[in-house]
Design a protein around this ligand. Structure first.
Ligand SMILES: [Zn+2]
Length: 242
C-alpha cells in the first residue's frame, strides 16, 4: 500500500484523537466523584433502612405502652372501687378484712405494673434518640448526595463536550486520509488495543515498544517514502518521521 508522507502523518493526528476519545471514555466510567456518589447513596440507603426499622420498633413499643397503661388503669379502678366499699363501712367485718387484704395485693400489683410502664417509656426514649440520630444522618447524607450528583453531572457534561469536540475533529480529519489506508488503520485499531498507527522512534515501534532488529530497520529505511510500513512485531502501521 502506498500513501504520501503527509497523509501517513495524518494517521498520527488521527491516532491522537482516537486515544483521547478512549481516555475520555475511560475517565467517564471511572470518575472518583461517581464512585463517591455511589458510596454515599449506598450508605444513605442503609441508614434509611435502619430508620424504617427503628420507627416500626417505636410503633410496636407504643402499642406495648398502651397495653401497659390499660393494665394500670384496670388495677387503679379496682382499687378505687374497693376503697369506696371499705369507706362505706358496709358489710361483715370478715368481708372488710378481705377487702383490706385485696387492697394490699392490688397496691403491690399496681407498683409492679407501673414499673413495667416506666421500663417501656425508657425504651421509647432510647428508640426516639436513635430515630433522631438516624434522621440527622440521613439529612446529612442526602445533602452530600445531592452535592455529589451536581458535581458528577458537571464533570460528565464536561467530558461529553470534550468527547463531542474530539469526535468532530476526527470527522473533519478522516476525509483527508486515503480510504484504503484509513480502513487498514481502523481494522488494526479495533483489534489492537485502540492503536492502529504508531511512530517509529529510532529503532523502536511506539505501538508495541519493541525494537526492530538492524536488518528490518535497514530494510524499512530503504523503502520509498510513500510506502506504508507495518511493524513486524505488532503489525501496526509504522510512521517514519524525519
Ligand atoms: Zn510494533
Amino acid at each position: 500500500m502506498k500513501a504520501s508522507r503527509a497523509v501517513q502523518e495524518k494517521l498520527l493526528a488521527l491516532q491522537q484523537l482516537d486515544s483521547d476519545l478512549l481516555q475520555i471514555k475511560h475517565k467517564s466510567i471511572t470518575l472518583p466523584v461517581a464512585k463517591l456518589f455511589e458510596e454515599v447513596s449506598k450508605e444513605l440507603a442503609g441508614k434509611r433502612d435502619l430508620l424504617v426499622a427503628a420507627k416500626t420498633e417505636r410503633d410496636d413499643i407504643k402499642h406495648e405502652l398502651s397495653r401497659a397503661e390499660i393494665d394500670v388503669e384496670q388495677v387503679v379502678s379496682r382499687i378505687e372501687r374497693d376503697e369506696k366499699r371499705l369507706s362505706s363501712g358496709q358489710g361483715a367485718p370478715k368481708e372488710l378484712e378481705q377487702l383490706q387484704h385485696e387492697l394490699g395485693s392490688l397496691a403491690k400489683r399496681r407498683a409492679e405494673l407501673e414499673e413495667v410502664e416506666l421500663e417501656i417509656m425508657v425504651r421509647i426514649e432510647s428508640v426516639d434518640m436513635r430515630i433522631k440520630e438516624l434522621e440527622s444522618n440521613c439529612k446529612e447524607l442526602e445533602s452530600q448526595q445531592s452535592e455529589l450528583a451536581v458535581k458528577k453531572q458537571g464533570e460528565l457534561s464536561d467530558l461529553d463536550l470534550t468527547s463531542k469536540k474530539t469526535s468532530e475533529a476526527r470527522s473533519a480529519l478522516v476525509p483527508s486520509i486515503d480510504a484504503d489506508l484509513f480502513s487498514l488503520y481502523e481494522k488494526i485499531r479495533l483489534s489492537a488495543d485502540g492503536i492502529g498507527a504508531a511512530k517509529l522512534s529510532g529503532n523502536q515501534c511506539l505501538g508495541c515498544n519493541l525494537t526492530l532488529n538492524a536488518a528490518d530497520l535497514a530494510r524499512i529505511k530503504a523503502l520509498a517514502d510513500d510506502e506504508v510500513v507495518r511493524c513486524e512485531e505488532c503489525r501496526r502501521i509504522l510512521i517514519r518521521l524525519d
